[in-house]
Design a protein around this ligand. Structure first.
Ligand code: SF4
Ligand code: SF4
Length: 276
């Protein structure tokens, strides 16, 4: 039986026996390489579910939409390891209860998809711990290294150039499962913290505020870069932030649901290189 068939059957069983009220998964997209989220409540519709190497979008953010989990019922959702890390962060930030989430875990490796054992986010902790060690040992991405080698003035010019194309559409924010605030500070106009028009200073402010807001929370799922209509390499900022919190604080976002937020917690052995 193909992995897609296995997951369709599992989804059908969960809906039929009443374990979950909905399955959030992937359906056919507009092209062969695109998949769209689908929300299945009828067991007869599970044949619409698709699971292949094109299922890259992190679907975890949909669990927070429209009070979906407010009735305390469970929802099953297709998640890669970064999606499971998202559940851990959302649980640690009191946005959902992981007990209501049934994970249909999978991992994409090249062109193939591998099934992952487990149904609760905590079942994946050993896998996430391994990924953390792998991430620590991983050399920086080539472009991240290039940016590090630039002088501060060159790096500033690079980002100023990239952000100058930003049209403030906020698609990156809408696609990010970590941007769960009902009202974002950038939409506030009394007082207006970040200018909403698309110009050099405002664009820089917006993108840097967002990057810092995601420090220690970003799971590098890539939803934001994929959503950006002008192809700003947001993943370079996210990667750099991840490396920074991993090196300085041994913090791997979403390791488990009891993890404390890196920028809002303090340990006696935290490096304090900024204090002279
Ligand atoms: S900032 Fe981008 S890569 Fe990070 S969690 Fe949000 S959408 Fe995913
Ligand atoms: S998606 Fe791209 S263009 Fe739109 S606000 Fe985000 S960075 Fe700017």
């Amino acid at each position: 039986m193909s992995i897609q068939q296995q997951y369709r059957s599992r989804a059908k069983e969960l809906l039929q026996d009443g374990s979950v009220k909905m399955v959030i998964g992937y359906g056919e997209g507009t092209t062969a390489t695109r998949r769209r989220p689908i929300f299945i409540t009828n067991p007869d519709d599970t044949d619409r579910l698709v699971l292949d190497a094109a299922c890259k979008t992190n679907l975890a953010g949909y669990l927070l939409r429209e009070g979906l989990l407010a009735d305390q019922k469970s929802v099953a959702i297709f998640l890669s390891p970064s999606g499971v890390r998202t559940i851990n962060i959302l649980a640690s930030e009191s946005q959902l209860s992981s007990a209501q989430v049934v994970v249909l875990g999978f991992q994409i490796q090249g062109d193939t998809v591998k099934a992952l054992e487990g149904t609760k986010a905590s079942d994946f902790s050993p896998l996430i711990a391994k990924r953390k060690e792998k991430r620590k040992a991983q050399p920086s991405h080539e472009m991240t290294r290039k940016l590090e080698q630039m002088t501060p003035a060159e790096r500033f010019a690079f980002w100023e150039g990239e952000f100058s194309r930003c049209i403030k559409c906020y698609a990156c924010r809408a696609a990010c499962p970590m941007c769960w605030c009902r009202r974002c500070v950038v939409d506030n106009n009394q007082p207006q913290w970040v200018n909403t028009s698309s110009h050099t200073l405002g664009n820089l402010e917006w993108n840097l505020v967002r990057a810092f807001h995601l420090a220690g929370r970003c799971v590098e799922c890539g939803n934001c870069s994929e959503a950006c209509p002008v192809n700003i390499p947001l993943h370079l900022l996210n990667r750099r932030m991840t490396e920074e919190v991993l090196t300085a604080f041994d913090h791997y976002p979403g390791a488990d649901e009891h993890q404390e937020p890196v920028l809002a917690s303090f340990r006696k052995d935290d490096p304090e290189t900024f204090i002279l």
